[in-house]
Design a protein around this ligand. Structure first.
Ligand SMILES: [Zn+2]
Length: 278
């Protein structure tokens, strides 16, 4: 198009091409999200799991990641919030009963459907899974079924597939949510994590106080700073490092931290360090 003597590209051609490319890109991304593991990028294959952010993964990829967090280059970016298999739920998915057309590309036939309406899970309709049981439904279908029974007990819904109790407000996790919804889930997860390890950090503090009172001030500082970060993985890393540091700490180094001279055990090395950084 253009500059070949036949036609000249005008503004309309150029401006129109951009949204078209974007739309194509978006369609490809949607197809990738609903058909491929978010971590390994391999075709989704049962057992399939999902996290608190509603991403879809092959369970084997998550196990691989948990065993070696560097197994996938960008693993921490994609699912750094997964600390153990307790942070994912194995999904109960209904296989698509539609016969596969021999000529069609396998990707053109979605693997799974909503068990209530048989609507295909292909990214067109929003889907969700229930946190307690892992059953997957189209959002509209679940809402339709839900409004039918008499309510009164707001948070005592029952999964229409396996009869597990769930809370409609807390246990419906959208699959592959829109960016702003994902952000909300991320905030929710951060808040939950912030609440959950308080006991642990108290325990750690108590242990630290019992083991070595002299190092208590830096330990406290690390603990408070880490709570503010709201990142549990970071917190555990810090705790581990703190423990390692404490284990390897000599009396002379401890004296530097406390600022008190515990029996003049300074060597030429610590004296040097002290002078340099004081
Ligand atoms: Zn269920």
């Amino acid at each position: 198009m253009g500059n070949d003597g036949g036609s000249i590209a005008d503004r309309r051609d150029l401006v129109r091409s951009k949204p078209k490319a974007e739309a194509l890109d978006k369609a490809n991304q949607t197809r990738a999200r609903w058909n491929f593991c978010a971590l390994s990028k391999r075709r989704l294959q049962e057992p399939i799991v999902s996290c608190a952010l509603g991403k879809l993964y092959n369970k084997d990829a998550i196990i691989e990641f948990l065993l070696d967090r560097d197994a996938y280059g960008d693993g921490e970016q994609i699912c750094g919030h997964i600390r153990s298999l307790k942070d994912v739920k194995t999904l109960t998915l209904a296989a698509n009963p539609a016969p596969a057309l021999p000529a069609a590309e396998p990707l053109e036939r979605p693997q799974f459907v909503c068990p209530l309406t048989l609507k295909e899970m292909n990214g067109v309709m929003p889907f969700l899974y229930l946190r307690p049981c892992g059953c997957v439904f189209a959002v509209a279908a679940l809402n339709a079924v839900r409004s039918a029974p008499p309510d009164g007990q707001a948070d005592k819904d029952i999964c229409p597939q396996c009869a597990t109790k769930y809370s409609h407000a807390l246990d419906c996790i959208p699959l592959n949510p829109a960016p702003e919804e994902e952000e909300r889930l991320r905030d929710l997860l951060a808040a939950q994590r912030l609440l959950e390890p308080v006991k642990k950090s108290k325990k750690r503090k108590a242990a630290a106080a019992g083991a070595d009172a002299a190092v208590e001030p830096p330990a406290k500082k690390v603990a408070t700073a880490s709570i503010a970060t709201a990142s549990n993985s970071l917190r555990s890393t810090l705790a581990l490092e703190e423990a390692k540091r404490k284990a390897g700490m000599t009396d002379a180094v401890r004296a530097l931290y406390t600022g008190k001279d515990t029996g003049r055990k300074e060597t030429f090395m610590t004296m040097g360090t002290f002078t340099r950084y004081a």
